[in-house]
Design a protein around this ligand. Sequence first.
Ligand code: ATP
Ligand code: MG
Length: 259
Amino acid sequence: MDATPAPRAGTAAAGTDLAVAGVAKRFATTQVLEGVDFTVPAGQAVALIGANGAGKSTLLRCCLRLIEPDAGTIRLLGRDVRALDAAGLRALRAEIGFVFQKHNLVGRLSALTNVLHGAIGRAPFARAWFQSLAPQDLRAEAMQCLERVGLADIAARRADRLSGGQSQRVAIARALMQRPRLMFADEPVASLDPAAGEEVMALFLDLIRRQGLTLLFTSHDLAHAIAFADRVIALRAGRIVLDAPAATLEVAQLRALYD
Ligand SMILES: Nc1ncnc2c1ncn2[C@@H]1O[C@H](COP(=O)(O)OP(=O)(O)OP(=O)(O)O)[C@@H](O)[C@H]1O
Ligand SMILES: [Mg+2]
């Protein structure tokens, strides 16, 4: 099976997928992000670490303008995110895969239908159909995405009957169904036990690398950050305090950033 998504029109094979410069965000009296600068080349996997409240989730959300930054520039997949109108923003978000700690599957729908929902942003009239009416080619693609996460056998099972690990795999399959070039993952395995977390993370990164996707993920698991990312960026009170290749880092060194 060919696991490579179809190339998109108008997207470069290489280059910079994300460029963040001078980003700042304040909530009431708290300066949550301040002078955040970094760029992510296409195909790189970046771990974003830092203590609770350091600003990791806010930064991911600012990159997509799910939260409006107060200052700075963000270029994502060649577009100036802060200059986009609503339609442009919708189109951009449809090209980005999301995986969150809470997988946000629709419990009463099957695993397969949840995966199909990943195509909503790119399939015409997608909102009008549900599983039984989905075009055959999309259903086949959704099954392939479930196969890639090792869950083809539970395609028909309701999402609310899945284990935590299975749910997170379905969420990954749904994100793959978007045919993204870039993925954002906010603590993608935080709700899983250590063994399942390790397994799902390894699977996720394998899929990311095989498809040449760019990844920005947050994690509190420093060993995961080092093992699975190419590069680690650490935030502390809204500022970048470390930005280094993962291969040069050790857990103890990263742990010190939390003191
Ligand atoms: N909508 C909001 N309104 C007010 N304050 C907010 C809002 N969202 C986040 N904050 C504050 O911004 C700071 C950064 O939050 P954020 O969720 O980005 O941290 P984080 O690094 O993702 O933390 P965690 O590791 O706990 O997920 C926190 O102090 C948080 O309370
Ligand atoms: Mg967070």
